[in-house]
Design a protein around this ligand. Sequence first.
Ligand code: ADP
Ligand code: MG
Ligand code: MG
Length: 322
Amino acid sequence: GGLTGGEKGQNQEVQKEFFAMDTYMTFSLYGEKAGETLKDAEAKIRKLESEWSVTNQNSEIYQVNHSNGNPVTLSEDTAEVVRYALDMAKETGGALDPTIYPVLTAWGFTTGKNRVPKETEIRTLLEHVGYEKVILDGQTLTLPEEMELDLGAVGKGYAGDLTADLVKEHGLESALLNIGGNIQAVGSRPDGEDWRLAIRSPYGEGEVGLLKVSDCAVVTSGNYERYFTAKDGTRYGHIIDPKTGYPVDNGLASVTIVTEEGKMGDALSTALFVKGLDGAKAYWQSHDGFEMIVMTEDQKLYVTEGLDEKFTLSGTFSQMER
Ligand code: ADP
Ligand code: MG
Ligand code: MG
């Protein structure tokens, strides 16, 4: 039978794909006011992008990176995300470091002109890296001269949280926000069932398994999407170990974090990828609030207990003993 007007409003479903924050986003919203909420959600992302971009000359982060050591007053959202990035840098022992940008540039990841820098060059650049030298006092940020800040490892996760909040404030109970592979699930599916998320394989086409979740963020970091191959055949990925200044090369293919907050998922997927399998396990054991799927280059998966009921491995892959 046909839907009545009221039911039609209830069951509204809208989807949009767009490019922002240097990646593709797909937003799927369900329920009354889904259409106008989608417009507001996209506008929110674009506003955050304009504040956080490293390249847009009008962005707050650009202002900070060209402040010559002078204090800069940040907006509330920007101060919050910078504070979170600095807190998580400390908490992860510097595996996450939002001041790694000069090193990233030396490797050409910010310009697209990839190269292998000389060791002396990396060593010199590392002198201008170190989250502990950044001073954030309320909304006032002071970045030492020659240092640069980049929210590449946490910004999309934080943007996901803020957008999920906006969607809920509009009264929606069901939405799936895909922010360049970061999944932010609001509520559950419109039919009340858990969302079923395919976890992409870092080893090629297809997926490693299926994850059933509601109301949470699922965020993956890996070196399989953004990398370059040097003349000698060595592959270099875009996640840098701040201790060495070299791209991470520790046998991991990817780290997926399942957590309530996108910001934590984004920060930890990057940081635990840097820490490696043993470091990631140790961090999980000593911290609450997240579960993880760690995938190694030799195609083994380490899955934490909290996902036993939620994650189903697909055929060809094997799970490591805990
Ligand atoms: P993606 O942006 O592909 O989703 P991540 O969330 O893992 O991946 O963030 C990687 C980005 O963060 C890099 O492109 C770079 O801008 C920055 N970055 C690289 N290494 C680090 C690091 N150790 N700490 C903080 N930021 C990093
Ligand atoms: Mg990240
Ligand atoms: Mg990410």
